[in-house]
Design a protein around this ligand. Structure first.
Ligand SMILES: CC(C)(COP(=O)(O)OP(=O)(O)OC[C@H]1O[C@@H](n2cnc3c(N)ncnc32)[C@H](O)[C@@H]1OP(=O)(O)O)[C@@H](O)C(=O)NCCC(=O)NCCS
Length: 257
């Protein structure tokens, strides 16, 4: 798969040793394809991660898992001043990976996502984050899927869009924004995609509109629309302001070498 990366995102040559400052959020994209960097990243995983990687059936899923966890370990290790293989993780909610808090006195949050060979890692210091990325692809039954999983207002909005391309794009707006929100909370999709209403459609800024029909519950949330590469859509969510969003591409071959 050829991916042309978003040229507005900077190339990150070296991993930072400082955490994001204030209400800054970093989002890094990485390609999990190519594979020559995989053994070096695999060597950083702990026993549980290595077992999990071994249980994944497809090569693509293995590469996504090893790349994401390997980069995460390298990034957290740099910031915490620890060898990457010694960084410890726990989980909250329905399995959201988090740093084991005994390694740092200051907050440090992250979230990973991957889809079809593209990975994203979001890092923030001031609030928990959620990120989702999706390969834009034809979804022939998008309106029936939306009726099953989305909020009725989102379905109505999708049905209003005449052009197939606009409707498909709006479908992925909703999908990525909802999933980023659910990942920020740590609940995952078990929470119910239809309990969250987001903006969608061309030229509408990403925003969380309602949670359980409450606009008040949604106001403290920030959603950001992201385009890491041509043919990809992503979203970032956090229950806090996002003052400065720093978006970068990471070449795993360079970083893992
Ligand atoms: C979190 C979830 C939405 C991710 O969906 P996905 O599209 O398959 O995967 P993504 O690429 O977006 O994200 C995967 C990453 O999210 C992170 N993650 C896993 N569970 C998470 C959770 N509950 N909250 C936030 N992030 C989570 C992991 O880092 C994972 O990558 P890794 O396993 O390689 O480390 C989905 O797995 C989920 O809902 N899990 C919770 C379990 C659950 O509630 N199941 C409901 C059954 S109805």
């Amino acid at each position: 798969m050829e991916t042309s990366l978003n040229p507005a995102w900077q190339m990150l040559d070296m991993l930072p040793t400082q955490r994001p400052q204030g209400d800054e959020v970093w989002v890094w994209s990485f390609s999990t394809l190519g594979g020559s960097f995989l053994p070096a990243l695999e060597a950083l995983l702990d026993d549980r991660e290595a077992q999990r990687a071994g249980r994944l059936r497809s090569n693509r899923a293995q590469a996504e898992f090893v790349s994401g966890r390997g980069l995460l370990r390298l990034a957290m290790g740099k910031i915490l001043g620890l060898p990457a293989s010694e960084v410890r993780f726990g989980s909250v909610g329905n399995g959201k990976p988090v740093l084991d808090g005994s390694q740092t006195h200051q907050e440090l949050h992250f979230n990973l996502a991957h889809s079809h060979g593209m990975g994203l890692l979001a890092i923030a210091s001031h609030a928990g984050v959620g990120v989702d990325v999706e390969r834009l692809r034809v979804v022939s039954d998008q309106v029936s899927l939306a009726k099953r999983y989305f909020h009725p207002n989102e379905v109505a909005h999708l049905e209003m869009l005449q052009a197939d391309g606009d409707r498909l794009e709006a479908f992925f707006h909703a999908w990525t924004r909802k999933e980023a929100f659910l990942k920020a909370t740590g609940t995952g999709i078990g929470f119910g995609l239809d309990r969250v209403e987001v903006t969608l459609g061309p030229e509408v800024t990403a925003r969380l509109v309602r949670i359980d029909e409450s606009e008040d519950a949604a106001v403290s949330w920030t959603l950001r629309h992201l385009e890491p590469g041509n043919g990809w859509m992503a979203a970032l969510a956090l229950k806090a302001p996002c003052g400065r969003l720093v978006t970068s591409h990471v070449d795993l071959g360079l970083i893992a070498g």
